[in-house]
Design a protein around this ligand. Structure first.
Ligand code: URA
Length: 247
């Protein structure tokens, strides 16, 4: 985890808002009520500057930890939108509850009805690199598809294809886990994240994706005990391996 560099100075209200303690006006209110202390002294002036690396800030008696960069791995459930705000649906940031600080955003998108591994961070550079097709970061999806898979489905996917709207997509690695007459269970690994990409790739094959779940993203795989809607922080080692995957 990246930590604050020495001498990083910021306003107390920004610090508290960034750490997910409420909006600037909410933290200002908390300040007026004497709920905020800096280095053991009550502090009511929220525009004062602090050094989050040195100064100890408490809210309601609890130490507020400073984290400059955050990286979360979420098992996104169905019915939750991959956005920071939405009028109709709960967002992936809402699922982070008290950890859902305002500067977090999802690294790419999963459709409303797609489940699985989604990263959330406030590290824009890292997100950009992970999403760039040029970095060739593998994303593996599990899907249940209906319709008859063509015999050469693996080869078709491996060649890359043109989607129905003529968008070209890069090759994908298809593994057929189970196959019946009119349905199949598959794993597809791709390195891009075009709109509805997996669904549209199967559409070209004459099939329909009935269920879709992202199983892995670069070096990170979804563990079975992280249930839909649950999340965890990435470890230092995982953050490092993401950096190595998309330098
Ligand atoms: N491809 C899709 O079609 N949908 C997703 O949510 C992700 C990849």
């Amino acid at each position: 985890m990246a930590v604050a560099v020495m001498g990083e100075i910021m306003r107390l209200d920004k610090f508290l808002a960034d750490m997910g303690k409420g909006s600037r006006s909410q933290v200002k209110e908390a300040g007026k009520k004497g709920r905020i202390y800096v280095n053991g002294q009550v502090e009511k002036i929220l525009k004062r500057k602090i050094d989050p690396n040195i100064d100890q800030v408490t809210l309601d008696g609890e130490l507020v930890q400073y984290r400059k960069w955050e990286y979360f791995l979420l098992n996104k459930p169905k019915g939750v939108v991959s956005a920071t705000e939405d009028k109709r649906y709960k967002t992936v940031v809402d699922l982070l509850g008290k950890d859902g600080r305002r500067d977090l955003f999802p690294v790419g998108r999963l459709d409303l009805d797609t489940e699985g591994l989604l990263l959330l961070t406030n590290d824009g550079d890292m997100a950009h690199r992970l999403l760039s097709p040029k970095k060739h970061v593998d994303k593996t999806y599990y899907a249940r598809v209906s319709g008859r898979l063509p015999k050469d489905a693996v080869q078709i996917m491996a060649q890359g294809m043109e989607l129905e709207d003529k968008t070209r997509v890069m090759p994908g690695r298809l593994e057929i886990a189970a196959q019946g007459q009119e349905e199949a269970e598959i794993y597809l690994t791709i390195q891009e994240g075009k709109f509805h990409q997996v669904k549209r790739m199967f559409q070209v094959l004459g099939c329909r994706v009935e269920y879709l779940k992202r199983m892995s993203f670069g070096p990170l795989a979804l563990e079975e005990d992280l249930l839909p809607g649950q999340y965890r922080r990435l470890t230092e080692g995982e953050i490092e391996s993401l950096r190595e995957n998309a330098p």
